[in-house]
Design a protein around this ligand. Structure first.
Ligand code: C2E
Ligand code: MG
Ligand code: MG
Ligand code: MG
Length: 286
């Protein structure tokens, strides 16, 4: 009887693993077709400049409009795209689309907008990334200083020795470089000094500690001071309340990003926001 049960359980697990494998394989095929079928799209999350009180930048965030499952977020398919190598093609599409859209807004008279694009660790290949960035800038006509590349601390540290020369060359192209999810990885401050970065994006876990009774934002205050000491711009991610925004302004954080400022939104919605902002500033200026 025990033997029977054991066998039953074994076949149950095998069945489950098979179906998990099949689901994964199906997903892989779908991911492959998604590019050709135009199922990817970008949402844009605004970044607020605390000095001028305006939205001066946005971050492109990838979405997959799946025919059956609806809108799928990056956490649910980027890991698979990275494993299968598809991220190279998808990442190139993201870069191209984000630059095209930004240039389009500039030409429509919504100037001053810089666009941030996230890169995977696998995209940090000198021979592929440099020509891609150059080509996309040329083809879109976007000025390099309007493009910001966001690289996570973990991705950069995966091969820090290789990363340094690549980042130096990207800087020579003129794009901006930003360290994403800062504080969640293990970058030594010594390395940080060697990367030609323009800004640090403080991970939202530290923002959520502000006024939480945990440590009253002492860590984030120290992070801002350190970044400023290194002449880097500081962006706080995941700002969800006015109290957090107030605290960050008071501590001289350069830019704020988070649901309290604006959620990631379709291109048309960000365009409407930019137009409304321009109209409001023209009113106060006259
Ligand atoms: P990330 O670059 O750190 O982006 C911030 C994530 O936090 C986004 O999730 C955003 O929607 C979310 N977020 C923004 N404000 C708030 C807030 O106030 N509260 C909370 N709880 N969350 C907030 P999303 O869009 O699901 O993206 C997740 C991650 O996927 C990104 O983290 C980024 O690492 C990656 N990703 C997104 N698009 C791309 C892409 O085009 N290429 C690559 N390689 N990675 C991407
Ligand atoms: Mg990012
Ligand atoms: Mg982040
Ligand atoms: Mg993140």
């Amino acid at each position: 009887r025990a033997k029977q049960q054991g066998r039953g359980r074994l076949s149950f697990y095998t069945e489950e693993m098979n179906s998990a494998n099949r689901a994964r394989q199906r997903m892989e095929v779908e991911l492959h077709n998604a590019l050709e079928r135009g199922e990817f799209l970008l949402h844009y999350q605004p970044k607020l400049d605390t000095r001028g009180g305006r939205v001066t930048g946005a971050e492109a965030l990838l979405r997959w409009q799946h025919p059956r499952r609806g809108m799928v977020g990056p956490a649910d398919f980027i890991p698979l795209a990275e494993e299968t190598g598809l991220i190279t093609l998808i990442g190139a599409w993201v870069l191209r689309e984000a630059c095209r859209q930004t240039r389009c807004w500039q030409l429509a008279g919504l100037p001053g907008l810089s666009m941030a694009v996230n890169l995977s660790a696998c995209q940090l290949q000198r021979d592929e990334l440099l020509p891609l960035v150059r080509e996309v800038l040329r083809e879109s006509g976007l000025a390099p200083e309007c493009l910001e590349l966001e690289i996570t601390e973990t991705a950069i540290m995966r091969d820090a020795e290789e990363a340094v020369p690549l980042l130096v060359e990207l800087k020579a192209v003129g794009v901006r470089l930003s360290l994403d999810d800062f504080g969640t990885g293990y970058s030594s401050l010594n390395y940080l000094r060697r990367f030609p970065l323009d800004s640090l994006k403080i991970d939202r876990t530290f923002v959520s500690e502000i006024h939480s009774g945990m440590n009253e934002g002492t860590i984030i205050t120290a992070m801002i001071a350190m970044a400023r000491g290194m002449k880097l711009r500081v962006i706080a991610e995941g700002v969800e309340s006015e109290e957090q925004a107030e605290f960050l302004r008071a501590h001289d954080c350069h830019e704020l990003q988070g649901y309290h400022i604006g959620r990631p939104m379709p291109a048309a919605a960000l365009e409407a926001l930019l137009r409304a902002q321009r109209a409001a500033f023209e009113l106060t200026a006259s």
